[in-house]
Design a protein around this ligand. Structure first.
Ligand code: NAI
Ligand code: MG
Length: 362
């Protein structure tokens, strides 16, 4: 992926080291994050000396302490770390009193308003169709994820409601982020995903705000050359499976972006391959798109490549594009060769063996 504007701070430059907050959290998060760490270490002196700071968070931590995201974790991230990596959290599907997902909270507390999720196949598929190469830019702070839910008793029994928040500010900044991303990519094509035929007020605001970002030459053409299309979210999923090549950058409100990026992961073989960064204006946190995968946790068979690629994205975001290239090229070459793969990709290798193979090639 094209390089992003570096957000390397003066403090970072002065320190000559890179302080990376590590939040493995739950399940396979704890198994894949060491792979990301090993990949960063394999870069040697080509980046400032990494200092990894282990920070608690997660559901298991909640069951032990009553908090899923200690204030101390947030304070250290804000005050001491240059960037961070998050593993995955096991959020139960039923309501647990006092518990709230730490990753959703972190994105808000750190104002990491964009979740950038590239989905790319390493080579064209066996039928010779062009590979998938798209990026989902998911708004990260609002939509239904503001988690304002209530339940009351109505005339016909229980009634549950959720508030969906869409603001002009958040829609504009995610739109700007998506335009910037599109401008950096060869195809320069942006698709706005919404459902404003039904949700004309909320999705309508999202769509209109992004549509209003000037693109045409001679107006205030910051994003000259970017072509803009839009698509209703349901048919976008359909087209994603039928003809994924039509998409380049997709920008979506929080929930649609979450669903679309998991769906897109199926096109490239496994959720275990798809990385992301949560990005704000002054901080970045890498995070594989997958969850804590309780069905395979503890077996040393989780695919570490999404986490390793997330580390590369994080490094690129703070200005270490060369290091990111080396990690991404090593991952791609392991995938292309296809000999050392975890079971989700049809292989027999362990997590640790894949990590070793990647680090050898870095
Ligand atoms: P999941 O992403 O954990 O797993 C979905 C399927 O993909 C499972 O069959 C799993 O084995 C497989 N998979 C995922 N990552 C893999 C990897 N690296 N290597 C090999 N296979 C992999 O989603 P699921 O099962 O719906 O959720 C499990 C838990 O994760 C839930 O508690 C959920 O709340 C949480 N979750 C957390 C997220 C986060 O921390 N950002 C995101 C999504 C879910
Ligand atoms: Mg998800």
């Amino acid at each position: 992926m094209a390089s992003r504007a570096p957000i390397r701070t003066m403090a970072m430059a002065a320190r000559q080291s890179l302080k990376i907050g590590m939040l493995p959290a739950d399940g396979i998060g704890r198994e894949v994050l060491p792979g990301a760490k090993a990949a960063i270490l394999a870069l040697g002196s080509s980046i400032p000396k990494p200092e990894f700071i282990d920070l608690p968070a997660g559901f298991e931590y909640f069951t032990k302490t009553g908090t899923a995201l200690p204030d101390e974790t947030v304070a250290i991230l804000k005050n001491e770390c240059d960037c961070a990596l998050f593993g995955a959290v096991s959020s139960p599907s039923q309501k647990v009193v006092g518990y709230s997902s730490p990753i959703v909270a972190l994105r808000k507390k750190m104002d990491l308003y964009a979740n950038i999720r590239p989905v790319k196949s390493v080579s064209a598929d066996s039928e010779g169709k062009p590979g998938v190469d798209l990026v989902v830019i998911r708004e990260n702070t609002e939509c239904l994820y503001v988690k304002q839910e209530t339940q009351t008793i109505g005339e016909h029994g229980k009634e549950a409601r959720a508030t969906r928040l869409i603001t002009e500010r958040a829609s504009r900044r995610i739109g700007e982020m998506a335009f910037k991303m599109a401008l950096e990519r060869p195809r320069k094509h942006l698709t706005i995903i919404h459902k404003s035929n039904v949700l004309s007020v909320t999705d309508g605001l999202f769509r209109e705000t992004i549509r209003a970002i000037p693109t045409s030459p001679g107006v205030d053409g910051k994003y000259d050359g970017v072509t803009v299309a839009e698509q209703l979210v349901d048919s976008a999923v359909y087209r994603l499976f039928r003809e994924p090549q039509i998409y380049d950058v997709m920008v979506a409100p929080n929930l649609y972006g979450d669903i679309l990026s998991d769906a897109a992961a199926a096109l490239v073989g496994s959720l275990g391959l798809v990385p992301s960064v949560n990005a704000g204006d002054s901080f970045v946190m890498g995070e594989p798109v997958h969850g804590s995968a309780p069905d395979i946790a503890g077996q040393n068979i989780a695919n570490p490549l999404a986490a390793i690629r997330s580390a590369a994205m994080m490094l690129r975001h703070i200005g270490y594009g060369d290091g990111a290239d080396r990690i991404e090229n090593a991952v791609d070459s392991v995938l292309r060769e296809g000999k050392v793969l975890t079971p989700d990709l049809g292989g027999k290798s362990k997590t640790s063996e894949v990590v070793e193979e990647v680090t050898k090639r870095i």
